[in-house]
Design a protein. Sequence first.
Lengths: 460, 105
Amino acid sequence: MPEYNGMVQPVRATPQELSKIFVEAVPDEQKPEKAVEYLDSIRKKFRSFVMAMESCVKCGQCAENCHTYLGTRDPNNIPANRTELIRKIYRRYFTLEGRWFGKLVGAEDISLDVLEQWYSYFYQCSQCRRCAHVCPFGIDTCEVTFIGRQILHWLGIAPKLHATTAGGMYKTGNHMTLPKPGIIDTLEFLAEEVVDIYGAEIEFPVDKPDSDILYIPSSADFSLNEYTLMGAGLFFNYIGANWTIPSTVTEAGNFGFLFDQYHTQRSNVNKLLDAAHELGIKKIVWGECGHGWRAAKMYIPSLADRPVRWPITHIHDEIADLIRKGELKIDPAKNYQPVTLHDPCNYVRACGLNDNMRTIINAVTSDFREMTPNGADNFCCGGGSGILFDDPEMYQRRIQLSQKKADQVRATGIGKDGNGILCAPCSICKAQLYPMVEEHELGVEVKGLVDLVGKALVWK
Amino acid sequence: MPCLTVNGVEIELDDDGFMIDPDLWNEDVARALASSEGISKLKEDHWKVVGFLRDYFKQYHLAPMVRKLCQETGCSLRYIYELFPSGPAQGACKLAGLPKPTGCV
């Protein structure tokens, strides 16, 4: 069902697909009542949510700062208005004025139509937090989208893409359902490729006991982002690391973070900690995945069901540290093409990777041009939070959602001669931008940051 | 649930047109799926790509890395898009009876 009353909506997960992630849909006639019940339980736990419900004065600061609104010009995509879709229900059931005066104070009865609105608009928000970044009251609208999606999920309303991706994690330990023999075959193939392309002999150890470093790649690196995986392999071999990739958690992403923080996200966290324990490692290093890094860095400590014994760092932290210490020999001329950096939202507005990414890109490329705005002010690629839907209606919407990004890239001039590099070090950004740079005819190739590091390393 | 009837056999498809049961695949099914993808005639190179995908899937239970697909079949990614306008995942994997890829692709 791509449209409902004129609203675009992603294709829904079937009851079977939901069952694989441990959800049984609530019957339609009970959905409205259950939605209020779930909302009631959540509002009592999250002050951030209550603040969003109570404090917004509709100043409008968020409107022009939201790429979704800029791309679609749909008033419900203004963050303050998107929040209003849930606030009108909150007001009706949980405030005195709403209970007494109803519509007069902007309160509304819950209904299936309201839930359909939630499904459409909470899945056009990419949870990028640019609105939170500019809100004078510090309201984090992303928290509202999290909660809207969580309630929908408990009711049995989730996109097929999110449910099947989360299901892959339960089935095989990664989003792309890669079984261990496939993981090993792909890594052996890449080791051969590295010899041909870079003239370096490297290994990708899988499940090697007593390794120092547990490297968590994004499973999309096994399909589309091969240079990111090769780059990581080149880096770890170059520094002589005792490292391994776990076959049970070959996944930097955590889709639970995006729509089911209670069960899916938590069970993924504990699966990771099991793998770390079993392999006897000393440190966990994360691959290029924006939402996954935020979920790891900011949520593992509170979601873990045990004390976390291992430091958890991002591969960009590791690389930047060695660059600053002068321990990597690098030839930036190997990446001579004009390059710009798309800051993944979760890296710069949630995890403080801003400086490290720039330390790296300045060291490994020779013609780096910042886009404007950048860093913590950057705009989302339009695919954030996994809104990578490919049915025709939602795909058209993705083109609109990436309009702002396309304008930013074009303004740098890197694609003028058709050989620019758009560095987007996150799997969701890459998956969104691979087709979008073609749709917007930007004349650039999309790459990760580790890809550029791998290419620039000078072997002894 | 959408369905495709090929030689009297009902083939169940998901909402995106991918086969639910890959074991029901045969060349006639591939031809029927091709027409739903707007490919009028399957040429030798189409079969080469589809054949490699199926063999790889049988052995490893996943679709090969796109880079590997290109190398093993000798087809550039651009050429694969010419053969299968919706691309290696949406087009080629669908015709080969593989499930729709999940995750960030």
